[in-house]
Design a protein. Structure first.
Length: 319
């Protein structure tokens, strides 16, 4: 039996023990970095608290703090982001009940309703954005290539922006991204189409030219790097805020895209295009790097060529 105040009855102890366990979705593999980070967030707030003393009032305080946190776009994080923290809290508490036998019950924290992002840009809209970026100069041709790369490969912002040269096969046929760099903590391989190959080759060659031009540069390790700016930024990837900063907002506005358009919208656009072309959801899930097909189920509403052909069958019927 654990003695109260021994350190083995605190919320932090439960978090640490839960983090040691392998992922329930991926047996034998560790918890994702996102889960571990959220566990650390809870430890900084209520880690020293006796787990049996955690109350509804504590949960309310956590909710209020989460709602005040600024996200990457400087807006407060939404229901989806908060639900990620709720998942970790409930998992740790259930672990404390069923595995550690520290408590018999705990204050429940219910997930909130998430806003569904239903804006999936059309190919023509993405083309307009790329053209706007190309005409703006400075680092915007680099942004234009990252936009095209996002559509063709459906990579997430971080994976595209910080794609490493050693993650590209020598023949440019595929990407191989290690588990530590993936959201789901699983190794990911993805073939490159001809357009993506051209984009990757063009940018790797840009990097080699930069290396030759500036002898003081550290060896360039990434595919998409800046060729101007401060000494510390040349030869380095754009930061997330720099990629979708002022120039991005100007270009999206000129292209007539709504404010809800984000870099992640390119991932949705690419996946939607594949489904419309008749690629089944299982293959789309593989190309997106989803660990579960349930994550790809959002594209089930997309009209495919097959469904369009089926709908035409009644067009010749005289009523």
């Amino acid at each position: 039996m654990r003695r109260r105040n021994s350190g083995e009855t605190t919320f932090a102890f439960a978090v640490n023990d839960w983090c040691k366990k392998s992922s329930t979705k991926r047996p034998g593999q560790p918890k994702s970095k996102g889960f571990m980070d959220k566990g650390d967030w809870f430890k900084r707030r209520i880690g020293s608290k006796q787990i049996e003393d955690i109350s509804d009032q504590d949960v309310k305080k956590l909710v209020a703090e989460l709602r005040s946190i600024k996200g990457r776009t400087r807006e407060t994080i939404g229901a989806s982001g908060i639900n990620g923290y709720i998942t970790v809290y409930n998992a740790v508490m259930n672990h404390a009940v069923h595995e550690l036998k520290m408590i018999q019950s705990f204050p429940r924290w219910l997930k909130g309703a998430e806003e569904v992002r239903e804006y999936y840009p059309e190919v023509s809209e993405i083309g307009l954005l790329i053209n706007e970026l190309k005409t703006m100069g400075f680092q915007n041709p680099l942004r234009a290539d990252l936009v095209a790369m996002g559509f063709h490969t459906q990579l997430r912002n971080t994976n595209a922006r910080t794609l490493r040269i050693d993650e590209v096969s020598r023949d440019l046929n595929f990407l191989s991204i290690p588990a530590r760099r993936m959201k789901n903590n699983r190794h990911f391989e993805r073939p490159l189409n001809q357009e993506a190959k051209k984009i990757v080759q063009r940018n790797i060659e840009r990097g080699y030219a930069l290396q030759a031009k500036y002898s003081w540069l550290d060896p360039i390790e990434h595919v998409f790097v800046q060729d101007s700016g401060t000494v510390s930024s040349i030869g380095k990837p754009l930061t997330q805020s720099a990629l979708v900063g002022r120039s991005w907002h100007i270009a999206t506005k000129r292209a007539g895209l709504p404010e809800s358009f984000t870099y992640h919208s390119l991932r949705h656009a690419g996946a939607t295009f594949l489904v419309r072309e008749g690629i089944d959801l299982k293959m789309v899930a593989t190309l997106l790097g989803h660990s579960s097909e349930s994550s790809t189920w959002r594209y089930r509403h997309v009209s495919t060529k097959e469904s369009q052909r089926a709908s035409e069958l009644t067009s010749g019927v005289n009523l």
